[in-house]
Design a protein around this ligand. Sequence first.
Ligand SMILES: Nc1ncnc2c1ncn2[C@@H]1O[C@H](COP(=O)(O)OP(=O)(O)OP(=O)(O)O)[C@@H](O)[C@H]1O
Length: 242
Amino acid sequence: MDSILSLSNVSKSYGNVPVLKGIDLDIKKGEFVAILGSNGAGKTTLVKIMSTLSSPSEGSVEINGHYVADDPVSVRSMIGVISHETHLYNDLTAEENLRFFGKMYGISAGDLEDRINELLEQVELTGRSDDRVATFSRGMKQRLSIARALIHEPQLLFLDEPYTGLDQHASRTFENVLRDLDPEDTTRVMVTHDITNTFKMCSRVLILDNGKVVFDSPMSDLSSAEDLKGIYLSHVSSHNFI
Ligand SMILES: Nc1ncnc2c1ncn2[C@@H]1O[C@H](COP(=O)(O)OP(=O)(O)OP(=O)(O)O)[C@@H](O)[C@H]1O
């Protein structure tokens, strides 16, 4: 399988405090990788670096053969990010937000309207398409941010605790959206604290502890979510149990 994301000796410090320590990682096309770790382990920092939102203090990140540091614009057209920050414009309607981002990614006018309608339907916001985002609940904003992240059909999708703010129904809708993505077309990297879902959905699991990858395994080598929970607890150094 081809590699889509490679990290070479990536380190990050804030001031004198090291947060990531020499991470080497290779992610293949089609993988669905979970990143687990206790609070403060460095998961969000790692995803921000992988998704061009932050620079490493040392080391390099390569996406589809492009070095992120040299060619961030090309890289951004290949990736989507779903995180706590929705990156939406409150004064625009749901539809206008998606149109804005779609145009930014260079989607042609004809394709864009179909894509907007399809995504609004998938995240169950069709009935609110003409309403300003300022009037949305947190969960609705999160659902729209999922549509925003997918508008340009990214090859690599980063999900940082994507369930934040979603109720049971919206979580299921979101899982359906994820399931509908063809793994051949969309490689996924997800930070989460939900071990049961991780075991159900992901093809590979990494555990980050104290800025280092301390466990990396195909999910098929693990027997159950309980097995994964035991491994997690034996690999994290703090007692911030998830
Ligand atoms: N902008 C920043 N300036 C200084 N320190 C930071 C900054 N961002 C993160 N940190 C520190 O880096 C460490 C790792 O933070 P990070 O957000 O990556 O952890 P995490 O594993 O995502 O945690 P959580 O599970 O709580 O979301 C923490 O000690 C945090 O305080």
